[in-house]
Every structure is written in C-alpha cells, then in structure tokens.
Write a protein that binds this ligand. Sequence first.
Ligand SMILES: C[S@@+](CC[C@H](N)C(=O)[O-])C[C@H]1O[C@@H](n2cnc3c(N)ncnc32)[C@H](O)[C@@H]1O
Length: 507
Amino acid sequence: MIIKPLHTLDYVRKSFNSATSRADRSRIGQFLTPAAIAHFMSSMFECGPKEVRILDPGAGAGVLFATSVETLISQENRPLSIKVVAYETDSTILPYLEETLKRCHSLCISNGIEFHGIIKCEDFVSAAIAETRESLFAVPIARFTHVILNPPYKKINSQTAMSRMLYSSDIEVANLYAVFVWLSMLLLEPCGQMVAITPRSFCNGPYFKKFRAAFLQMMSLQRIHIFESRKKAFGDDNVLQENIIYHALRGLQKPGSVTISASEGLDFDKARTLSVPYDQVVHPADRDMFIHLSINDANVGPAERMRCLTTSLNKLSLGVSTGRVVDFRAREHLRQSPEQETVPLIYPCHFLNGFINWPGESGKKPNAIASSSETSDLLVEAGFYVLTKRFSSKEQQRRVMAAIYDPTRIDAPLVGFENHLNYFHKQGKGLAADLAKGLAVYLNSTIVDQYFRLFSGHTQVNATDLRKMPYPTHEQLLRLSRYVKETMPDQESIDDIMEKECLNCEQ
Ligand SMILES: C[S@@+](CC[C@H](N)C(=O)[O-])C[C@H]1O[C@@H](n2cnc3c(N)ncnc32)[C@H](O)[C@@H]1O
C-alpha cells in the first residue's frame, strides 16, 4: 500500500469553509468537493500513459488533482512522471492549493515519480480560449492526458464580455460549468480522460443542446454516476443541485455500453450499477441528443440468476485479503530466482490455465522473497489458496480471474502473495484442496464476471467486492471441484458445470 499523506484533504475543506462565508463561496460558485467524492471520481481513471499531464480547472484547494495523483500512482502501470496544471482565480484559497500541491510533490517523490505542479492564478476561460486558438497557428500545445473538474456553477449573462468572447469561439452555453467542461475537452489529447462532477441539467433541455452536441461528438461517454438524494452529495454545504459524475474519453468512437451507477449520497460501496447499451443512453434518432439516465431497466439477468446462490464467504468460514507483499517496499528482500532461504513470491504473471505456474520464466518479475524475521509478516503458510488478480485492463475479457496455488506442485513451507493479488483463505491459512478447486471454478465462470461488472463500475477487483458477492454452498463447491483435474476446464465447460450444479434452482 502507498502511504497517503493526503488523508487530511477533508480537513482542508472544512477549515477553508469555516474561514469563509457561504454567501461569498456561493457568489463565486465555490463548493469544494468532499474527499470521499474526489476519491470516487479519481477511481474512474483507467491506467493511462507513462507521462501524465493533469488539468484541474477551478481547482479550489486541489482535492481533485490530489486524489487523482494518489489513484494514478497506486495503479498497476504507474506513470513515470506527473504534471499538474491547476487554474484558480480566488486568492483566498491559494495557500491551501499550494499546500496540496506540495503534498503531491512529496508523495510522488517518495514513490519515485517525477512531479511538476503549476498553479495558474488566472481566469481559466480566457486562458483556455487563447490556448486553443493559438494552437491553430503556433506550435501545438502539449495537451492533457487527464482532466478532472468540479467547475463553478454560474449563469452566464448574455450582455457580458465573457459571453461575447465565448460566442466568437462558437461556444454557446447558459452556464459557466458547461463552458469549463467544453474548454477542458478541447484541451485533452486523443484518448485523454475526463472525470467531471456537474449539475445534470445539461443532459436535457434546449439551453444545453449545443453543448451536448459538442460533448457527445468529441467525447466517448463511458460511465455516469447519479446521486439519488439532492442533498447528500455536498450535504454540509447545502447544495441542492442534482449532480452527476461522469467519465469520458476524448475520441469519436462511441462505446457499446455506458456504465450507469446510482447511490443515495456518499455510500458508493452500496451503489447499484448497470451496463446500459449506448443507444439507450443517447438515442441515435434523437435530434436533441438527450442523455437518458434511467437505472431501472433491463440487464438484471445475471443478478436474477445469481439469486440461486445463497451463501456468503462468511458463512463458508472463508476470508479474502489483499496480498501482503508490496514489492517496491520490500525491494531488498526480492530475488529473481529461488535461492537458499527464500520462498515463492507470486505475481499475476504466474497465472496459467487456472493454476499458479511457478517459477515463471518471463523474467519480468522476481520469483522469490527472502524468508527471514523481517519478512515473516508478509508470508503465509503453504497450502491451497485461490488467488484473483486485482487489476484487469479494459481490453481483457474478464474482470475476475482466479488461479489455484497448489502446494503439492510447489515445494516450499511458506509463500508470499504480491499486492496485485487477492487471496482466499481460511483464517489466514490454506483451504481444503477440493474447496479451493470448487471456488476457483466458480470465480472463473462467466456468470460471476457478468455479475461483477453489473455491481462494480471499475476494472479493479477489490477484496471488499469479492466479500460482498454471493457464493455457492459448501456442497456445491465440492461438486464443482470434481471437474478440476490437472488444469482448469475451458470457459464453455465451466459455464456448463455452473449451470448444472449451481444455477438450476427453479427446477
Ligand atoms: C465548485 S469549486 C470546486 C473547487 C475544487 N475543484 C473542488 O472540487 O473542491 C470551483 C472553483 O473554481 C474557481 N473559479 C471560479 N471561476 C473561475 C475561473 N474563471 N477560472 C479559474 N477558477 C475559477 C472558484 O474560485 C472555485 O474555487
């Protein structure tokens, strides 16, 4: 795990809010994002390029770029360098913003990542218009790979200089928040990612039609999160706007489906999630290009079917934890190949046909870890464990991928599981062999993967998500185990087996 010196972000928000008046903050549209929302927003970013450039327009105290930095450096493919550009016009918040930038700097440096942060105390709208215009003639600007924003909410008076400036750039919208989103997408590089929290008013209605057209044309909408309670998101600030969060990529190609999730307030772990076909979200024949945000329709299939499974991990007396070896923290104990006084160290690259294939020959990851008093807390007793990968890429077919650690194939008294894995255990020790085999069949089934996608919007598979899933009974798991011989059955067979042994509860 990465040290998180950014955990005081909510404290910064509270102390700024108590040092300023709500009326003043309201006048400049300054409702700062609670840290829980900021974390949730930045968790939507997928692994990106090695050289990250983050834009935070209207950065306030910097919570959004700070959580983004934190998220990006804890991803599997960590960036080599991060640059942050934060625009902010309110001088009273600048000391807080500078402090957050400094903390990001230390966090990156302590994780071996180059960091460069710039605060621009200027109007983002004029700066962005100048930048996008100039780039038509001058050297192309280095565009951003990520933009994260909670823009100011303010009606635009049509008689102002701002309105005229926007009009001359062909940007016609009724509210400043949409201007911020519009200019931000212009500043993204192809495939660059945007996560924004804004009022949902742009999703329909005539005032935002030009904005919707530009947004839906330039961006590929991946995910939308809805707050079901008007009051709960920014509760303590008394903001009554209906806000949504969305994740979109710069690019013309539209996705097959959009993930729509909904939570009451900040209870994101209880969010309901559906994958909705893109043309149900934006109807192809709709000239107004409304964005439909319903979450109560089709796609309940996998959830319905999983009702046949009535047991929980707890009832099975099993647990699931995240691998304890954080490799960059234990660097001096790692060995490329097994030696005297070392034990196996297991990474996702050791997965092969449903089993752990160790030692690996790719040379990409160390195969062993020294076994000593310094590492004893990182290791577990050898035994049958079921491992799942914590990270999958968007291209990978499955989110949930499981493999069995079989101690009869690997001669070692202890083993280390690296932090990119979760491991299923019985009170910290191995499982009975047949239970482990049955569990791996279950986790590798298509229905589990579909169910997981329905309820978790991101590509990461957390131990908490695995704990919340329903499981087959002990007897069912034993029946599933009978099909595992030297290798895992193929996908089609696994799905047939699941159908026969676990999903026929109507009969
Ligand atoms: C809704 S707050 C959000 C702040 C921060 N991003 C967060 O999520 O906590 C919007 C911020 O934009 C700033 N702002 C307003 N107009 C601006 C402008 N034209 N250019 C740059 N910043 C602006 C405000 O001072 C405020 O801090």
